[in-house]
Design a protein around this ligand. Structure first.
Ligand code: NCD
Length: 303
């Protein structure tokens, strides 16, 4: 079934190329409408649930802002304090109830597969806002929307993914979604944080792996935070933290029109001085999250 009314968005595998292209078009319309303060309240009278079992700033606030700008009201929680989860309620029971109160559910949870479980329980569309180290499909939408806006295309680009490729759900989603385009990939990570085999097996674009930070020749340098919270061994984190840092020096020899992206939050992967270079796109990228999420929400509720 094509992506649209009633669809869940759990993985980027739920979207075909035409779905991505359609969502970019819708996101563009949302962006224009927001700029003109002329957003149609197509979700008037609707209620959207926002269930964030894990910390979030941008994803939660842009999802809630998306819902509200489209005229919906938002219920939910950020952190489980004050909810019955503290009393031992299961995820399935929580979702089953919320499903009755809301027309769509944004959910972030620390466990891989949690969003899929929620989608099985809920009749309302579930939008995965990150399930452990697995998937983060709305982030990928805004990432691709940002790239498309910048270059007018995605095909033909060289994209370098840098940092924690093992635990980073944003790069897992992005690398797989890029199967819909013909691009070249470079993976830069410490040997212990390489892109997992199960993702690599699914990647159809040519890729090379390297431990050396080099952004020369690429069009997009996509930087990620080392996902401290996913490490089982704190010593392991200590060994790899801070190994890659984008500084003005690293950018010497980069293509003139290269852009640096980062899903944020950054810790120390990109030095502050880079923010004022023409390469920095991470704050615009975060802004695009609003438009991408408006597009998704309208599509899954109204079709
Ligand atoms: C990312 C996430 O939660 O996976 N953040 C985000 O949604 N913008 C990246 C991260 O936390 O490092």
């Amino acid at each position: 079934m094509a992506f649209g009314k009633g669809s869940d968005l759990i993985s980027v595998r739920d979207l075909e190329k035409k779905d991505f292209e359609e969502l970019f078009k819708r996101a563009r319309k949302c962006e224009e409408a927001v700029a003109k303060n002329r957003v149609k309240k197509v979700l008037e009278g609707r209620v959207v649930a926002s269930l964030f079992f894990e910390p979030s700033t941008r994803t939660r606030l842009s999802s809630e802002s998306a819902a509200q700008r489209l005229g919906a009201r938002v219920i939910g929680f950020s952190g489980t304090e004050g909810t019955s989860i503290q009393k031992g309620e299961t995820l399935a029971d929580t979702v089953e109830m919320v499903d009755k109160y809301a027309d769509a559910i944004f959910m972030r949870h620390p466990l891989e597969g949690s969003a899929r479980l929620a989608a099985e329980v809920a009749e309302s569309p579930v939008i995965n806002c990150g399930d452990g180290a697995n998937q983060h499909p709305t982030q990928t939408l805004l990432d691709l929307y940002t790239i498309k806006k910048e270059f007018g295309r995605i095909d033909g680009l060289e994209i370098t993914l840098i940092g924690d490729l093992k635990y980073g759900r944003t790069v897992h989603s992005l690398a797989l979604a890029l199967n819909n385009y013909r691009i070249r990939l470079r993976f830069v990570s410490h040997a212990s944080l390489q892109m997992p085999e199960y993702v690599k097996k699914e990647i159809r674009n040519p890729f090379i792996e390297s431990a050396r930070l080099d952004v020369r020749g690429c069009d997009v340098a996509y930087v990620t935070r080392i996902q401290k919270e996913r490490f089982t061994d704190p010593m392991e984190y200590e060994r790899v933290k801070g190994i890659y840092k984008i500084t003005p020096r690293v950018l010497e020899g980069a293509k003139k029109d290269m852009i640096i992206m980062h899903p944020l939050p950054r810790v120390d992967e990109i030095s502050k001085e880079v923010d004022s270079t023409p390469y920095a796109r991470y704050f615009e990228q975060a802004e695009n999250g609003l438009f991408a999420r408006m597009a998704v929400l309208d599509a899954v509720i109204n079709g």
